[in-house]
Design a protein around this ligand. Sequence first.
Ligand SMILES: [Zn+2]
Length: 394
Amino acid sequence: MTAVESSMEGLPPVIADVPGQEHASAFLARAVQHPRHAYLFTGPEGSGKRLAMRAVAAALLCPDGGCGDCRACRLALGERHSNMLVLEPTGPDILVGRDAGDPNTARWLAGQAYLTPMEPGRKVLVVLQADRLRIEAADVLLKVLEEPPLDTVFVLLSARPDDLPDTIRSRCQEISFPPLSEEFVVESLVREGLDPGRARLACRLAGGNMGRARRLARDDDALAFRDVALEAAATAGQGPPGALAAAEQLTAAAKDFRGRLGEELAAELRPFLDERGKPEEAFRGVVRRLEEQHERRVRRAEREFLDWSLLALAAYWRDLVAASSGGGDDVLINLDRPGALGAERGAVSAVTAAIAMGAVEQARADLADETNLNARLILERLFLRLSSLAGHAV
Ligand SMILES: [Zn+2]
């Protein structure tokens, strides 16, 4: 038995399965014994908050406190238990809603909080990306948190807890999920049968985000966005017309990605459909839920692709900074292509590379702000900036 396994002894099985977060797990195991009304899980994307939320829901809804095997556990771990409701932004924000009948809004969740659960026992009400609650929506939620219904546990998740109103935060017990360590992510991927070198590259490109690292490591096409990004940067290096062409290249690639993803998701639904393309009776609920999820993913697809591409560009410049400050190849993010830096090494000063990296990070932040709808403009601005830096390369 390893040290980690022995420290996991006595934990409900579902909680012991939460990866890489021993500290939070130990805390949660105690919490589910005597749950409070509301918890706030904080930590960056990919640190395991959502897995932990599912485990907590299973522990609270399972007759055996989270065995991991029974029907209640399986449903809760799949976010499909009828006593478990998940509210998440369908657009940029979580809205207050017209009334309790307006699905996926704060009023809907608040209404559900006071209803008798579908099955006897507790209810678990979840808010994903809780920092996206509009002010009016947060007020509605706050009222429920101030007069918590019996046997209802709220779990709020947020990567940006500072954007949450203090009134909400003070009503929740906060549990933090620090980023997973590189060693943990790499070891997990290797245990899943992936090549160690590929796993480390994926982990670094994903900035430690486990889910993203897994996708990058598994899918051979997943690294394509990096090639597109580096190609676009090279085009931008040819001057201002090149910069505009680079923005065009990247937007077109993002649109392609969105199209491919749409087709893939449609193929996933096919087994549940009859010959006329209508859901079979027994699968109607599942199909509706999948369709909603797919719609959201497709809507986010272009932004996501652009974010991956920009992350790859930032990594490229970061590697140049590292290389020109005399770091060895092992400090690189793009571990698989130290040679690709060869020509640029020495040709670009560390200062220039750092400025370029900053410009890319700024563009990522602008894109992440979803109220900012003009992605094309953000990219043009970025590539014009990069092309002007190329003039000072030496
Ligand atoms: Zn169970």
